[in-house]
Design a protein around this ligand. Structure first.
Ligand SMILES: NC(=O)c1ccc[n+]([C@@H]2O[C@H](COP(=O)([O-])OP(=O)(O)OC[C@H]3O[C@@H](n4cnc5c(N)ncnc54)[C@H](O)[C@@H]3O)[C@@H](O)[C@H]2O)c1
Length: 279
């Protein structure tokens, strides 16, 4: 651990068991932050905890389902009890699909439609997704991606305001928020995160709490396992930089926003997407 840009800071990262959240937690810890990592299962967090501890970092792991506000309150209480302060929140927990959201049918129809197009036929299959999306599927994605971020932002501001901390809140949205590529539930919830980011940034700016968002493009994490190989290939072909992103690249963006180097940034969205979409 060479430079220590977050020495004496305390950070919470939600959805930190794998993928982007894990990379962010490890990167913030490398820069000296004491970490609280949260996810739906303690077992799943063990790899993140081990990696932080092996690198000499401080970490506590907590089970927290961000869709349950009581669970979120417990997480923040545990953090203040353990560390006595909170400087950084990364709202990373997110899902792209949920049971009963019609995604399987959508993928099948997409495959059938592109097969027709490849054969030079006039497509007769339409890849509607919304028509098979049940209330439950819509609600679960919105619950995790948007309501979860709201519950965590609310607790973070309560704690930071009570302590007079100059905090940094980082919301992981998605390029889908602006490109419209993705399920309607996913795109809507991620676009809403950008609205939440801007409004909250204005609200708490006078307290010196900064609120920013990151929009990753396609990034190499387990969330991509839900997407067919054909879809992945067409995704890569459409990325100007010719590859998908790595979790570390998003982690470095989060580190910047968490650090003093980003002291002038609030209410902003950083598009860490390899040129996928220019907002
Ligand atoms: N990977 C990508 O291509 C990509 C692109 C754009 C945006 N994002 C966003 O980045 C974030 C992380 O994505 P990822 O690819 O690392 O996903 P991932 O599925 O690999 O990891 C997400 C983590 O969030 C956790 N989680 C899910 N529901 C939760 C809940 N209710 N409470 C607490 N934790 C919960 C999961 O258990 C998992 O550990 C998400 O918000 C995602 O929407 C990812």
């Amino acid at each position: 651990m060479s430079s220590r840009r977050l020495q004496d800071k305390v950070a919470i990262v939600t959805g930190a068991a794998q993928g982007i959240g894990q990379a962010i937690a490890i990167r913030l810890a490398e820069e000296g932050a004491a970490l609280a990592v949260a996810d739906v299962s303690l077992d799943a967090l063990s790899d993140t905890v081990r990696q932080i501890e092996d690198a000499g970092g401080r970490v506590i792991a907590k089970v927290c389902d961000v869709t349950a506000s009581a669970s979120v309150v417990e997480l923040f209480t545990a953090v203040t009890e353990n560390y006595g302060r909170l400087d950084i929140l990364v709202n990373n927990a997110g899902i792209g699909t949920a049971p009963n959201d019609g995604f399987d049918l959508y993928q099948q129809r997409m495959a059938d439609r592109s097969a027709q197009l490849h054969k030079g036929e006039t497509p007769t299959v339409f890849a509607d997704h919304i028509t098979d999306m049940q209330d439950e599927g819509w609600q679960q994605v919105v619950n995790v991606n948007l309501n979860g971020a709201f519950y965590c932002c609310r607790e973070a501001v309560r704690v930071m305001a009570a302590q007079g901390v100059a905090g940094s809140i980082i919301n992981i949205a998605s390029t889908s928020a602006v490109s419209g590529e993705g399920g309607v539930h996913y795109c809507a919830s991620k676009a809403a995160i950008l609205g939440l980011t801007k409004s909250l940034a204005m609200e708490v700016a006078a307290r010196n709490i900064r609120v920013n968002a990151i929009c990753p493009g396609p990034t190499n994490t387990p969330i991509m396992a839900n997407i067919s190989d054909e879809w992945k290939q067409s995704m890569v072909a459409a990325i100007p930089m010719g590859r998908i992103g790595e979790p570390l690249e998003i982690a470095n963006t989060a580190l910047f926003l968490a650090s003093e180097e980003a002291s002038a940034f609030t209410g902003q969205t950083l598009m860490a997407n390899l040129g996928t979409y220019l907002a």
